[in-house]
Design a protein around this ligand. Structure first.
Ligand code: IPD
Length: 263
């Protein structure tokens, strides 16, 4: 297996074990960040510290970009993009839908131009490890993943999320209204990395959300693409700084993008 993917898997599994242990011990919200919904727990910080130290030991020349501890430019041209606990609100409330997300990217560590090389999304509550490497497919428990080629005649099972910026919520709700005619049902899991992993696994037909951060989608987007799906980042006219992200199989992608790709 790809060396970077192997490392992402190994560290995501260890980090997920720590997150799960801390969850069992009881979790408290340590601080709110950009808005009242945007929280961090001590466990987020501790898990990110663990991931960062493991990566630094294994690949000291690589850069790091993490949700909780910021960025560090490396010298190798490879950067690790990390969300220690994606789905922090679920985690804080004891809802078993959160994940450790670790990706290795090449180039400038910005999603507009980076090349995703490897990624792992680990779900501690279920023990599922989704992983991918560029050109080598997306995998779950030894099974190669494939997106749903076409949603069923009953409509697409879609997922979405509502970013932390309240200024975009009216548009988010209007977008939900526009997609409802094509859906069988709509899910809001609360962890973007899992939403994307589920698109890769064919559990969801598509996913859209405005305002994701790089660590929310770095590994998940690679999973989708390696599973034969499409992933796009779209700047919207009202606020290009809060792009929309859309992921789906090839049979649904254009329709979903047309329905969602405006403010
Ligand atoms: C959040 C989750 C959530 C999504 C937010 C993300 P975090 O990540 O993925 O589902 O709606 O946009 O920021 O803060 O739990 O790591």
């Amino acid at each position: 297996m790809d060396e970077l993917a192997e490392l992402a898997i190994e560290i995501a599994r260890e980090a997920g074990g720590l997150a799960r242990l801390r969850r069992e011990e009881g979790v408290a919200i340590a601080a709110t960040k950009s808005s009242i919904a945007d929280i961090v727990t001590e466990a987020d910080r501790e898990v990110e510290t663990l991931i960062r130290s493991r990566l630094a030991a294994a690949r000291p020349d690589d850069g790091f970009l993490g949700e909780e501890s910021g960025a560090d430019r490396g010298e190798s041209g490879i950067t690790w993009v990390v969300d220690p606990i994606d789905g922090t609100v679920n985690y804080a409330y004891g809802i078993p839908a959160y994940a450790v997300s670790i990706a290795a990217v090449r180039g400038e560590p910005v999603p507009e131009s980076w090349e995703a090389l490897a990624g792992a999304v680990f779900s501690p509550p279920t023990g599922e490890m989704f992983h991918a490497a560029q050109g080598a497919g997306a995998w779950l428990s030894g099974r190669r993943l494939e997106v749903n080629a076409r949603p069923s005649a009953a409509g697409a099972l879609l997922a979405t999320g509502f970013g932390y910026n309240p200024a975009t919520h009216a548009g988010d709700l209007a977008r939900v209204g526009r997609v409802m005619p094509m859906t069988r049902d709509l899910r809001r899991v609360g962890a973007a990395s899992l939403d994307l992993a589920f698109v890769a696994a064919g559990r969801f037909d598509g996913y859209f959300e405005r305002g994701l951060q790089p660590w929310d989608h770095a590994a998940g987007a690679l999973l989708v693409v390696e599973a034969g799906g499409r992933f796009a980042r779209v700047d919207l006219a009202d606020n290009p700084g809060r792009p929309l992200f859309v992921a789906a199989g090839p049979g649904l992608f254009d329709e979903l993008l047309a329905a969602t790709g405006s403010p």
